[in-house]
Write a new protein. Structure first.
Length: 98
């Protein structure tokens, strides 16, 4: 199992989305965070299992929400570049790739 690290902007995206869901329905933000954490566990266990979307960047969809974790494997860790809403501009995160 590889450790998972989030880009600071990915962390911010996750928190903004959780607050938005909580404002829509109390408890829904917590459920969103739980599903994001589960997606993180899946990619930590099997980082090569999800499709490549650009270069070495892969996408794992978050269950029950229209979000995906965009990540790449960097040696012994998984680095999440974005917690992206699937209807958002699809390439906004590319500036985060080093």
């Amino acid at each position: 199992m590889k450790p998972v690290e989030l880009h600071p902007e990915a962390e911010a995206e996750m928190r903004v989305a959780a607050r938005w869901y909580h404002a829509c329905q109390p408890g829904l933000g917590t459920r969103f965070l739980r599903e994001v954490a589960q997606a993180g566990k899946r990619i930590a266990s099997h980082p090569e299992a999800w499709p490549i979307v650009s270069g070495s960047v892969r996408r794992c969809l978050v269950d029950s929400f229209p979000f995906g974790l965009l990540y790449r494997v960097e040696g012994e860790k998984v680095y999440v570049l974005a917690v992206m809403h699937q209807k958002r501009e699809p390439n906004y995160w590319k500036c985060r790739v080093l």
